[in-house]
Design a protein around this ligand. Structure first.
Ligand code: RIB
Length: 300
């Protein structure tokens, strides 16, 4: 069996209302429909790995509250075939997200991190014992920075490639960059990290150059419907045209799929096409985890 992919990150329960448009501050809109579904950037990426890597295995490391949402999260991860390694916080609630989605599929998200925000390096360390077996470690930023940093250090010592999806964007400690193999911001996150307004191929290449100068060898910047720019191929990969229903977790699907493609040693061009196909399918469906496709739905 191929080596497992480890994902360390957040789990949330997403409460989503889909309406015609997003309300303005102070405005009430009452045309929405409601969906409650599993989410959280870390758990979404783990589910993408599990559904797209049927011959492999996914291990998920995170923290939940001692509550109904925490118990449901564990059960759902197991049902996906993921090995959950969850710390339980008796003081904090499990993570939750309130999400609004408009008719074009655009969204805004407000997250109460709860237990995700107290996942400490001391709690994570014992869960990383067998990380050296992993094909890759996938990280995001809904987890405390010191825990992200420590996981990246352990992976580097074990010779395991690290992918960081820097979402939601936060300033990164300089010592984190050289521990990464890939950084995968979207255009807004790339701008926040570098100060370069990322709008097209040229500005994406400039922002990537800044990130590489800080020590990360490979940069992949996603640009929504324009596609993504990759330092390994040196070009923009145009996105597939689809009718977007809900873009929540499109980035997570992309990242999970890309990690699978790297674990399968696909050439860069194919790895990107694979991740783009998975992400494109996810935006045609509502919800975070409900929208993530399975391997048999993809062309490779
Ligand atoms: O990336 C999408 C995710 O962001 C949602 O599932 C929500 O929980 C927030 O973490």
């Amino acid at each position: 069996m191929p080596n497992p992919i480890f994902v360390l990150g957040s789990t949330n329960t997403d409460m989503t209302i889909r309406g015609e448009r997003l309300p303005l501050p102070g405005e009430t809109i009452s045309d929405g429909s409601f969906l409650m579904a599993a989410g959280g950037k870390g758990a979404n990426q783990a589910v993408a790995v599990a559904r797209l890597y049927p011959q492999g295995r996914c291990v998920f490391l995170g923290k939940v509250g001692d509550d109904l949402f925490g118990r449901e999260t564990e059960a759902r991860l197991k049902a996906e075939g993921i090995e959950p390694r969850l710390v339980v916080d008796r003081e904090q609630a499990s993570g939750t997200a309130l999400i609004l989605v408009d008719r074009q599929g655009q969204n805004c998200i407000s997250v109460a991190l709860g237990a995700n925000g107290t996942f400490s390096p001391q709690e994570a360390l014992p869960l990383l014992q067998d990380l050296s077996q992993a094909a890759a470690l996938l990280l995001q930023l809904e987890t405390p920075m010191e825990t992200v940093l420590q996981a990246a250090r352990v992976a580097r010592q074990a010779g395991v490639p690290v992918l960081l999806n820097p979402a939601p964007a936060r300033e990164l400690p300089p010592e984190l960059y050289p521990l990464l193999d890939w950084i995968t911001p979207n255009e807004r996150e790339a701008q926040q990290l570098t100060g370069v307004p990322v709008e097209d191929e040229e500005s994406a290449a400039r922002a990537a150059g800044i990130l590489q100068a800080r020590g990360v060898p490979h940069v992949l910047i996603t640009l929504g419907s324009q596609g993504c720019w990759c330092s390994a191929t040196g070009r923009l990969h145009p996105a597939r045209k689809v009718k977007a229903v809900d873009c929540v977790a499109a980035g997570d699907t992309f990242n999970g799929a890309f990690a699978v493609a790297l674990a399968e040693s696909l050439p860069w061009e194919e790895a990107i096409a694979f991740a783009q196909e998975a992400a494109a399918l996810s935006v045609t469906r509502p919800g975070a985890q409900p929208s993530i496709p399975r391997r048999e739905e993809l062309s490779r």
